[in-house]
Design a binder for this molecule. Structure first.
Ligand code: KIV
Ligand code: NA
Length: 264
């Protein structure tokens, strides 16, 4: 199968074909996810929590993401590979360029940044210089201490409108993909319909163009609490590759996420 690019994902959106994304941090798991047909792999800064054992994503460094991106890259052939830019690695446009370049040189096909209006100049600069950008709105975990916890965002009309406006502005600035995390399904639907770029949801209902989950949640190995929007596919299948196929099948069929996984 040919390599997934941003054009492939736009085509999926236009055809109404739901696509699947998953986090990955090493060559072996990434290789299995890639060969089972996961379209997008993300070296998420969630690795600070699931690999390093921190309480949040703030301690993760560019070197950490670059290392895991290089590992994942060696294991895959088809999936689009996105690398997260970690906390405070993109606070100015100049710093953003330098750190994004390191992640692209480590093997990423695209970088992901959390935030809205304040990021527009950086998104434009990255795109103009050849670095594709995935934006991330809603519950942006690097801002957990501003939010006062991992809380659903965009519940009131004013915040919902701000998130929709930011999504449009990020697309206009050049973003080629958008992740929306933990927002009401109606808002995720409105954003997905308003944008021409594909929208990937996590805890955002079934109406986005694609879905993403953290691999440790899908395989039921997250320590302690499993987020309500996630699903342990290993439990129903008993085998890792079958679990991944079940996730892909349910996303394609529109049966995941179900009502119980969304914030209404
Ligand atoms: O770091 C991560 O895993 C993420 C996804 C959950 C979207 O940003
Ligand atoms: Na992340």
């Amino acid at each position: 199968m040919s390599k997934v690019t941003s054009s492939t994902l736009i085509k999926f959106k236009q055809e109404g074909k739901k696509f699947t994304a998953l986090t990955a941090y090493d060559a072996s798991f990434a290789g299995a996810f890639d060969s089972e047909g996961v379209d997008v792999l993300l070296v998420g800064d969630s690795l600070g929590m699931v690999l390093q054992g921190h309480d949040d994503t703030l301690p993760v460094t560019v070197a950490d993401i670059a290392y895991h991106t290089a590992c994942v890259k060696r294991g895959i052939s088809r999936s689009l590979l996105i690398a997260d830019m970690p906390f405070m690695s993109y606070s100015t446009p100049q710093q953003t360029m330098e750190n994004a370049a390191l992640l692209m040189q480590a093997g990423a096909n695209m970088v992901k940044v959390e935030g809205g209006h304040w990021l527009l100049e950086s998104v434009k600069m990255l795109t103009e210089r050849g670095i594709p950008v995935c934006a991330h709105l809603g519950l942006t975990p690097q801002s957990v201490h501003v939010f006062g916890g991992f809380k659903v965002q965009g519940r009131d009309a004013e915040n919902a409108q701000r998130i929709l406006d930011e999504a449009k502005a990020l697309q206009a600035a050049g973003a080629q993909l958008l992740v929306v995390e933990c927002i009401p399904p109606q808002l995720a639907k409105a954003i997905t319909e308003a944008l021409t770029i594909p929208v990937i949801g996590i805890g955002a209902g079934a109406d986005t163009d694609g879905q993403i989950l953290v691999m440790h949640d899908v395989l039921g190995i997250s320590s302690g609490y499993i987020p309500r929007f996630s699903k342990n596919y290993l439990k129903q299948t008993g085998e890792i590759r079958s679990a991944i196929r079940a996730y892909i099948d349910e996303v394609s069929a529109g049966t995941f996420p179900a009502e119980e996984h969304t914030f209404n």
